[in-house]
Design a protein around this ligand. Structure first.
Ligand code: DON
Length: 361
């Protein structure tokens, strides 16, 4: 059967959407789906009909804005965003002022949360009517701090946010006999190469990127092409994993490690220094703002300090010739510290990505 786009379109014109979903075009679709192992059948297609729905609308500065209704979230989320923003005199602030960009992002953050929380196929999901109401927008506008970004997770309320990252993971253990394990394991990217070994129940990694994949090419952006880690038969790729056990008089006093690619080693360096040099408590050592310099790119990454902490000396560092870049988060270093005097074990789940400390009571 020879078909082309013109024929498909004329079929739709002749028969309306029914021609599309249960006629010869459906044959083509199902054949194509089958080739790819798809699950959709003729019956599914025949049961599908286009639906005509009322648009979502709102008003904004004397205009009416119409947008698509669910199952598109477009109209609802746009209306909610505009309703929030009309509470602020954005024009006075200028399109690219920090205030405008801040308010826009706060409004977007809130309406996209509602998108996640409530919106789906309206034939199957009850979508609350208040999302596009002006009263609701007013309450959301009131929740915006004009000076500070609201952490998205803090808005989630009842929604469970998975704290677990999809990437490299570290855990630290000390058992009742004082035996310690620091374990970092990596598949590189989320789900590695996304290939599960049938019957094996485990994923294959995609670690090849840990080799210097551009031999001879070392640049200021941080691509490294040095010989030591270029790909060769039988060679193992360079890793930055850094699970660490620190002992004193033969007893473990600190077990730590982290995910984070090339930042891993510096995350661990920060924690070891915090504990051993700056004599911080275990919680302080893990919480404290981290830093990272990896030679190239020639920049000093400083992790922002939590609200209320004294500011970092970024300006002074810039005067000293550092290219300073602030980052929101570095690593996830679940750590155990053991007090050498009392033997007390303190497990610290890093707050950055979420985790849990556990032990006998
Ligand atoms: O072994 C390494 O250095 C990398 N495969 C680690 C990647 C990683 O930590 C990504 N997760 N944050």
């Amino acid at each position: 059967m020879q078909h082309n786009l013109a024929r498909t379109l004329s079929l739709i014109a002749e028969r309306g959407s029914a021609g599309f979903y249960d006629g010869p075009v459906a044959e083509l679709i199902v054949a194509e789906m089958r080739k790819g192992g798809g699950l959709i059948t003729h019956r599914d297609l025949a049961a599908y009909t286009a639906r005509v729905r009322q648009p979502v609308s709102t008003t904004f500065r004397g205009h009416v804005v119409y947008g698509p209704p669910p199952p598109s979230s477009g109209g609802t989320v746009l209306a909610e965003t505009l309703n929030i923003l009309e509470r602020f005199p954005l024009r006075e602030q200028g399109r690219y002022s920090a205030t405008t960009l801040h308010l826009m992002s706060e409004a977007m953050r809130r309406s996209y949360l509602d998108r996640a929380r409530h919106i789906g196929d309206p034939d199957q999901v009850a979508i609350p009517g208040h999302l596009t109401s002006k009263e609701y927008a007013a309450s959301l506008a009131d929740s915006i701090d004009p000076e500070r970004a609201t952490p998205s997770v803090s808005l989630a309320g009842e929604l469970p946010i998975v704290g677990e990252s999809e990437s490299t993971t570290h855990f630290s253990i000390i058992d009742g006999h004082g035996m310690a394990v620091a374990n970092t394991y990596t598949l590189e990217d989320s789900f590695g190469s996304r290939v599960v070994v049938r019957g094996g129940g485990f994923l294959l990694n995609d670690e090849m990127g840990d080799f210097n994949w551009k031999p001879g090419h070392t640049d200021t952006q941080g691509t490294i092409g040095t010989e030591a880690n270029t790909i060769a038969p039988g060679k193992r790729m360079l890793s930055s994993q850094c699970p660490v056990i620190v002992t004193r008089h033969g007893e473990p006093v600190l077990v730590t490690g982290s995910p984070g690619g090339r930042t891993i080693i510096n995350t661990v360096a920060c924690i070891v220094l915090n504990a051993l040099e700056f004599e911080m408590s275990p919680v302080q050592a893990v919480d404290a703002s981290r830093m990272h310099h990896q030679w190239l790119p020639d920049e000093l990454r400083l992790e922002s300090r939590s609200a209320g902490s004294p500011p970092l000396p970024s300006e002074r560092l810039k005067e000293m010739g550092h290219r300073v870049k602030e980052v929101t988060r570095q690593g996830d270093a679940h750590t155990i510290a053991r007090d050498p005097q009392t033997g007390l074990l303190t497990g610290v789940a890093d707050r950055r990505r979420g985790g849990k400390a556990a032990g006998p009571d």
